[in-house]
Write a protein that binds this ligand. Structure first.
Ligand SMILES: *Cc1c(COP(=O)(O)O)cnc(C)c1O
Length: 227
């Protein structure tokens, strides 16, 4: 365990707090303890913040850039077995091969062209990573993800036609709005398509996401501090 005196970053203490808040939200929603995974979003942070989280037992992390993950994670994986790194940022088709090597889970499968590229790269590399389909619930033009109306067709393409390992849905709701209705909608869409996993909720709203059925929350600032 990290020493609270020498862990001047405060990461270990904040991680403990976030875990406790997730557990409380699980209880309040009458969901089983441990049913929500914590993805610790370490983007932009270096080993000085990440190592205290690893020493405190955290193993699931989120990064939003392929090159940053390639640089940061191989040495940490050597030191800390069992690390799982999720890609939570946009993926360009020319980076798909690199992403398959650098990550363990792809959370941002957001368009047909990327689905085809992933299917090709997975079959040639033999490395099949669990994928979340990203949904643009409010159809915000600046945001990635498929519109809710396009989701049935996108699920059919990814899961049925291309046989990608689709495990769930992911969303980033509109910034200035109450997130609860969006979380409820994403959980409903996942159920409708028989997808077990739902990735939603960040530092500002992860407890609400747990209430509405998140199976993974992506929390950065509340653990690692301001970026
Ligand atoms: C950065 C990021 C997060 C974490 O956001 P915080 O507000 O720092 O908790 C979660 N999801 C995605 C997709 C992100 O890019």
């Amino acid at each position: 365990m990290p020493d609270p005196v020498t862990d001047t970053s405060g990461v270990a203490a904040r991680l403990t707090d976030v875990r406790a808040r997730i557990a409380a939200a699980e209880r309040a929603a009458q969901r089983p303890a441990g049913s929500v995974q914590l993805v610790a979003v370490s983007k932009t942070f270096g080993d000085d913040r990440i190592v205290p989280a690893l020493e405190a037992g955290q193993r699931i992390f989120g990064e939003n850039r392929v090159q940053e993950a390639e640089r940061k994670w191989p040495p940490l994986r050597e030191r800390f077995p069992g690390v799982v790194v999720h890609l939570i940022g946009p993926l360009q088709t020319n980076k798909v091969r690199d992403a398959l090597a650098a990550f363990d889970v792809i959370e941002t499968l957001d368009r047909p062209k990327l689905a085809h590229a992933l299917a090709d790269a997975m079959s040639s590399s033999g490395r099949r990573l669990p994928c979340f389909l990203e949904v643009n619930l409010a159809e915000e033009p600046q945001k990635a993800g498929v519109a809710p109306a396009a989701l049935p067709e996108f699920v059919a393409l990814c899961r049925d036609e291309l046989q990608l390992p689709v495990v769930g849905l992911m969303c980033i709701p509109p910034a200035e709005q109450e997130p609860a209705p969006y979380f409820a909608l994403l959980a409903k869409l996942a159920r409708r398509h028989g997808l077990a996993q739902v990735s939603m909720g960040m530092s500002a709203d992860f407890e609400t996401a747990v209430t509405f059925g998140a199976t993974a929350v992506r929390v950065g600032t509340a653990i690692f501090g301001a970026r």
